[in-house]
Design a protein around this ligand. Sequence first.
Ligand code: BGC
Length: 412
Amino acid sequence: MLKKLALATAIAASMGANAADQVEVLHWWTSGGEAAALNVLKDDLGGNGVTWQDMPVAGGGGEGAMTVLRARVTANNAPTAAQMLGFDIQDWGAQGAAADLNDVAAAEGWDAVVPAALQRFSKYDGKWIAAPVNVHSTNWVWANKAIFDELGLGMPLNFDQLVDALDAIQAAGYTALAHGGQAWQDATLFDSVVLATGGVDFYRKAMIDLDEAALGSDTMKMAFDRMAKLRSYVDDNFSGRDWNLASSMVINKEAGMQIMGDWAKGEFLNAGQTPGEEFLCFRFPGTAGAVTFNSDQFVMFAVGDDRQSAQGQMAKAVLSPSFQSAFNVVKGSVPARTDVSDADFDACGKKGMRDLADANMNGSLLGSMAHGHAAPAAVKNAVYDVVTAHFNGEFSSDDAVAELVAAVADAQ
Ligand code: BGC
């Protein structure tokens, strides 16, 4: 009898310990490269006795994940942490659903090492509510090196040269541009095209200040014309295709290039490829010197006392320098702290780190509209709708400009 009681007590204690050591994490990292990066986090936490309860919600850009998250919080069942982008973090801060991470932040010295451009999103009302895990950027092109070599193509430096390269790839019988027709992917192209067409000041005015004159300008019309031009290089089956399948087309030499954020690099690496050998990375032609960034952050939700210790451990782990290097090397992103060495990063990662630091210094670090760092969700979704309808031929470029002005005004 005594033995039985002791056993029951031991089991109960171990169950209690398990619950307390667990983090439940909601995220949209479901592709091969993303899962590999996530494993770095799971292993890191596991090594510190924290177990991982996975809550994946597929869909790049995180729209699906945000819908599930809202339902969970409404049902009073918030996860320990949720992957989140930019303005969405601020929305949750305003709703008072997030935990206060100021103690961890102070103990770990986050204020001194996390770039101000990220802190602007991680903190609400002076309080740290999210731990940034990385910095991605959207103005990248990923190219198949064998195709470029075969056709004698160099790195295109402006839009005309990009079009020449796409023409040559198409003429050789490949899909010139690997793309998935989903609103967030179309919008990801739009980040680059707007920046290349109008430059840094124009991007800031139109996408961040939401200036009506910039949104309705001839420059914006030209950006839409260029989107239509890019549309002519995708294959017939592009509708609805996931972004990682588009990456696979470049990896497998079916397509010449993909215009996508640097999470695409995670797919190339996961397929065993190396930059400069099987694939090339370069900034979207005409955007060199500027960076349209987004940062994945883990918003920590207010949870019961029993779950706070594991939550604090996760917050601390996410921003530790060694983890920031190990994770971002695999993910394709760059560290969310300024003091991490680039020694373990490949050529694209090193370039990404340099570009970020330079853009930060030169005032050309711009929040990505497509990935939630230029404007709040309502505006972002309004832009998605117009960009995607135009990409699919529903609007002329003139109509798209007028629709964009109206939709952005309505959404504010
Ligand atoms: C996130 C990336 C993710 C990508 C595709 C972006 O919004 O920032 O971490 O890999 O979506 O899922």
